[in-house]
Ligand binder design. Sequence first.
Ligand SMILES: NC(=O)c1ccc[n+]([C@@H]2O[C@H](COP(=O)([O-])OP(=O)(O)OC[C@H]3O[C@@H](n4cnc5c(N)ncnc54)[C@H](OP(=O)(O)O)[C@@H]3O)[C@@H](O)[C@H]2O)c1
Length: 288
Amino acid sequence: MAVILVTGANGQLGSELKETARYYYGYQFIFTDIDTLDITDKAQTETFIRSADPGWIINCAAYNLVDKAEKEQEKAMLINSSAVYNIAEAIRGRECRLIHLSSDYVFDGNSNVPYNEGSVVNPLNAYGKSKSEGEKAALKHYGSMVIRTSWLYSSFGSNFVKTIFEKGKENGTLSVVFDQTGSPTYAADLANAIMMIISGVIRNQLAFHAGIYHYSNEGVCSWYDLAVETINEAGLDCRIIPILSKDYQTAAARPSYSVLDKSKIKENYNLVIPHWRTSLKKCINMLK
Ligand SMILES: NC(=O)c1ccc[n+]([C@@H]2O[C@H](COP(=O)([O-])OP(=O)(O)OC[C@H]3O[C@@H](n4cnc5c(N)ncnc54)[C@H](OP(=O)(O)O)[C@@H]3O)[C@@H](O)[C@H]2O)c1
């Protein structure tokens, strides 16, 4: 039976993987988080992996506090990079594939066409730097797939969509930046895509190709558009005011454009990706 180890499983993506796992019989899932497997602990990571002997690891563990990372650069680097190296070391020479998650924030946003996997990375902030280093750590293992995703949200955990949904109930108006463009990703869709890839490879219906991939929902929008759509779908009475990033100071700089080109993952793994508006509707229905 294929053993699939999930780290950071109490987060957004990990929680969606737990939901998706219900539909995958014949697989043994091991869901862990920092209390059961702290991936920054090299010895524990090695011992755990040796004992569980997974055929696949999905590394959802991460430090995702983009602004706080400016002050906690060492912590961000430890979790997002050194710990990934611990995993890569622990599976060295083993028949184990690693699916590691990275971010659109490895890019500087100076492009005006979607970034592909070969585009030059140039992170603007400490979080992006730690994710960029994490990619290199993951790719030290020959069987690693790095999936960069963007603007992740879910009915689990904390995220932009849930914040707008909650604040939209209380406030008459909310100001949201409109000069940052990207693509939202419903974590349930990403979890589904990951399991379709893994199960397809296990059943010999798909060939596994290591390397970097991009995944987000289809379509492009600004944070302002996403907020407006969230309020409309939720049927809330809240006015969203478009503002410029320069009028909304944050500790970390963010790319003004971080749309990901998803052609490679769609072609290699026969994926059909839903449009962000379709998926947002599903998530809002879960939240209602
Ligand atoms: N969220 C986004 O908008 C976004 C955008 C682009 C890419 N990504 C990437 O997508 C992946 C999944 O993100 P997500 O939003 O699902 O993350 P998340 O909700 O923040 O979940 C991460 C999980 O990892 C846990 N964790 C932290 N340190 C750990 C450690 N040392 N060992 C084991 N577990 C640890 C966290 O626990 P605590 O909560 O206790 O810290 C949390 O449960 C990450 O690689 C992330 O960088 C996310």
